[in-house]
Design a protein around this ligand. Structure first.
Ligand code: AMP
Length: 293
């Protein structure tokens, strides 16, 4: 549908918090609802699905692009993280996003900034175990973005399932007046979850990468049929290793709301994994399809 009125508007670009606030105030004065879609850029079809879901909820959609240094560990890829502002703007235009907030690090963090948002419990396991400080960085920047923009709705991908739960929790605990919506993961035809970091995969690694989703999907299907989790998870780890994955940081069956381990999928559950393929850390997760009561 490219070229129609609905999809060819150039998004307004704002780089300062006061400009963002003025922009949203303008929308509100016109009686329009506002959705926020936070990203780190290097946009792909997964991000654009968030924008489309946002358009279904609100009259106006504001995306944000900010590679947040505080959510990267000292040995992680903050400096090499893919950045492509012109490409991102073209993609946002193609889906008709109304505006994009692209702050600098200095705009987001004053030199004397000393406040951090931490969400206890939920952040201590899974990715939190292997990325100390990561969720505090995410929780702090998302809290700031929500308070800066004060949107009606904010959308996040199920791709980062633990992150989605952390954000829902902080919004509830801090009484931030925004509705958080999770959007299902967008995948390649072979099942690989879209991720900005997939760009790091070599052609050989790209061939192996879909095994992660295959393993998750099989475990979820068998759990839904009543199987016990532990042997499935052990076999899944072995299969990832055989396929060529390096360290499997975790492969777990968890309650979909509390992230507590589940031995069998009696209620809503999720199978989640993080594993290295060469130097690339891939994460993915799938719901356990339990139907009926
Ligand atoms: P990122 O730019 O990786 O920080 O992601 C920005 C937002 O897009 C987060 O809410 C992610 O969960 C979401 N996202 C990333 N990849 C996907 C995907 N494949 N499908 C749906 N949402 C995604």
């Amino acid at each position: 549908m490219a070229g129609t009125d609905a999809t060819s508007r150039t998004p307004a670009i704002v780089r300062r918090v006061d400009e963002l606030r003025a922009l949203v105030r303008g929308f509100r004065t016109a009686g329009e609802t506002v959705a926020l879609v936070p990203t780190m850029g290097a946009l792909h079809a997964g991000h654009l699905a968030l924008v489309r879901a946002a358009q279904a909820e609100c009259r106006r959609v504001v995306a944000t692009i900010f590679v947040n240094p505080t959510q990267f560990g000292p040995n992680e890829d903050f400096h090499s993280y893919p950045r492509d502002e012109p490409g991102d703007l073209a993609k946002l235009e193609s889906v008709g996003a109304d505006a994009v907030f692209i702050p600098t690090v200095e705009e987001m963090y004053r030199p004397s900034a000393s406040t951090t948002v931490t969400v206890a419990g939920l952040t201590e396991d899974l990715c939190g175990r292997f990325r100390p400080g990561h969720f505090a960085g995410v929780a702090t920047v998302v809290t700031k973005l929500l308070l800066q923009a004060l949107p009606d709705v904010a959308l996040f991908g199920e791709k980062d399932y633990q992150q989605l739960l952390v954000i829902k929790r902080l919004v509830r605990d801090l009484d931030i007046p925004v509705r958080v919506i999770g959007v299902p993961t967008v995948r390649e035809a072979d099942g690989l979850a879209l991720s900005s970091r997939n760009a790091y995969l070599s052609p050989e690694q790209r061939q192996i990468a879909p095994v992660l989703h295959q393993v998750l999907a099989r475990i979820a299907r068998l759990l839904a049929q009543g199987a016990e989790a532990a042997p499935l998870l052990a076999e899944g780890r072995a299969e990832l290793q055989r396929a060529g994955f390096g360290p499997v940081q975790y492969l777990e069956a968890r309650d979909a709301e509390t992230l507590e381990p589940v031995a069998r999928a009696a209620r809503d559950a999720r199978v989640l994994a993080a594993a290295y393929l060469g130097k690339v850390r891939l994460i993915d997760n799938v719901p356990v399809p339990i139907h009926g009561g």
